[in-house]
Design a protein around this ligand. Sequence first.
Ligand SMILES: *Cc1c(COP(=O)(O)O)cnc(C)c1O
Length: 241
Amino acid sequence: MSQITHNLMQVKQRLELAAEASKREPEEIELLAVSKTFPARDVEEAMHAGQTAFGENYVQEAVEKITLLAKLRPWLVWHFIGPLQSNKTKEVAEHFDWVHSIDRLKIAERLSAQRSEFPDLADLQVCVQVNVSEEDSKSGVSMSEAEDLCNAIAKLPKLTLRGLMAIPASTLDASSQHQAFAAVRECFNQIKAKHLNDIGYEFFDTLSMGMSADLESAIAEGSTMVRVGTAIFGKRDKITL
Ligand SMILES: *Cc1c(COP(=O)(O)O)cnc(C)c1O
């Protein structure tokens, strides 16, 4: 069995145990394999092991990979999870299925307009990134701003609002980490409760949180999608893009 196949099985087991521990169904939690810095052949290998959803951070690297794997495109779901600059939205609108990292209306408006240029493509599925640790270095809107941004995105054509994404600071101890994830879940639940019957909120069901090191606490606090890189593909070399 290949290393990636083995790692995937282990991560799925962690996911199942974490779900069980919080009395949730493992099926409620999707595994996103973060393949940034790893070559197309690693994605292919993971796909042969049954993985179909992949996350990427760097537009140029991702588009090269997606293009290399064009033949497999119908079976793959590509998620953009990195910081997104205005001058890169066009490529993201053309090549991705999801974007997790929306933190400004301008980016959402550009994605909406540019996705509309591809009538054959389904809506781009989007999450608003919230800055849970309120650090200057991390992107994302504050939790108090998240609702307004969601409301604005809900009205945009060719985008489907799916939920919230968060990356708590990696320096937090276990209990602060739990608190951070719980705060995002509360924010998500409040927005959902308030807008349950609003147009544009029909598919608001995604809490994208948890990575290799903290997926257990994220799942305990309600994550519906964990983004796992290192535990599947191995340690990353620093990328210079
Ligand atoms: C790199 C990255 C991940 C994966 O992190 P690991 O610690 O390698 O699992 C998840 N989410 C985002 C936004 C990332 O940039």
